[in-house]
Design a protein around this ligand. Structure first.
Ligand SMILES: [Mn+2]
Length: 321
């Protein structure tokens, strides 16, 4: 419940460890919380992690943000707060927990808003409203919930906020956790969205990724409704390229691949009714690699010298489908 979360933060006096999800929403939620703790003079340490946590050193006071209760249950202490918006299976008695799905299982309200909402009960943090909006947009909350859409629209400069969300995403692609930590500090210290957009580091990350995307998209080969694109980048941008191409064209299958070590890593996306997961599984098998996935999104890894065979087999697999 929200009230429990408010009380947890009000009563917090000693050092706390915060684990937040390593994405735009988790980062924005953390930025707002860190500014609050700093003002209250509470010591903290924090980490941005993937949603599945294998190992973790805990402190007495723990806060988990934007990660399902199911994934953090192993790490809860006697004083733990979980603020999240993902589905979960079972509530835990000893955890202080706020997730709007508890009341409405269909609620879609990203964590950055939830943190903003909770801290707003304690003090006025209007100056950080834009950070909450960036987090919402990072999780596409404005597209999935009328409530979020209205909130984002109540903040000025929606386009700028969308851009900040892309800047953060790019910093992750370029420098991973280190890039995200830089972005976190830049966002939390900025007095306005403009200050983030003027930051040279984030600008560099964004522009570098954009250049790679443009470069790759120039190299699309078309076979019927299948678009093959080789991505020569050390950044993991295959799935972004595939999604961007799909957004522009109906009824296509996009196969993006890049080489690393002795392998080709392949990412497939489609907006057709073809079951790509099935085709990838079979094709990767024929090529002596591994593959599979969902109907609309699949992945594979094959030996470098098998890429032409893979393409041919995908083409015939799609024809047979
Ligand atoms: Mn989220």
């Amino acid at each position: 419940m929200k009230e429990e979360a408010v009380r947890f933060l009000e009563n917090l006096k000693e050092k706390v460890k915060i684990i937040s999800h390593k994405d735009t929403d988790g980062l924005c939620a953390l930025a707002i919380l860190l500014n609050y703790l700093e003002k209250k003079g509470i010591d903290e340490e924090h980490e941005l992690l993937e949603a599945y946590i294998e190992n973790l050193d805990t402190l007495d006071n723990m806060i988990f943000i934007d990660i399902s209760l199911d994934n953090v249950s192993k790490f809860v202490t006697d004083n733990t707060l979980v603020i999240d918006h993902h589905p979960y299976t079972k509530k835990m008695d000893k955890v202080c927990f706020y997730n709007p799905r508890e009341k409405d299982p269909k609620a879609y309200i990203p964590a950055a808003y939830l943190i903003y909402e909770i801290i707003s009960e304690i003090e006025n943090i209007d100056e950080m409203k834009w950070i909450a909006a960036v987090g919402i947009m990072g999780d596409r909350g404005d597209l999935n919930s009328k409530f979020c859409k209205d909130f984002v629209e109540s903040v000025e400069d929606k386009e700028k906020l969308e851009m900040i969300s892309r800047y953060i995403f790019s910093s992750d692609l370029i420098d991973h956790t280190e890039g995200m930590e830089k972005a976190l500090q830049i966002v939390r210290k900025a007095k306005s969205p403009d200050e983030v957009l003027e930051n040279t580091y984030l600008k560099y990350c964004y522009e570098e990724i954009q250049r790679k995307l443009v470069e790759s998209k120039r190299k699309v080969e078309r076979e019927g409704n299948i678009l093959f694109v080789e991505v020569n980048s050390r950044y993991n941008i295959k799935s972004i390229i595939a999604s961007q191409i799909l957004e522009k064209e109906e009824g296509v299958i996009v196969i993006a691949y890049s080489s690393r070590d002795d392998y080709y890593h392949i990412s497939g996306r489609t907006n057709t009714s073809t079951d790509l997961g099935k085709i990838f599984k079979k094709t990767a098998n024929i090529c002596g690699g591994m593959g599979g996935g969902h109907e609309k999104a699949a992945g594979a890894r094959i030996n470098k010298n098998k890429i032409e065979l893979f393409k041919e087999e995908v083409i015939s697999g799609v024809e047979e489908n």
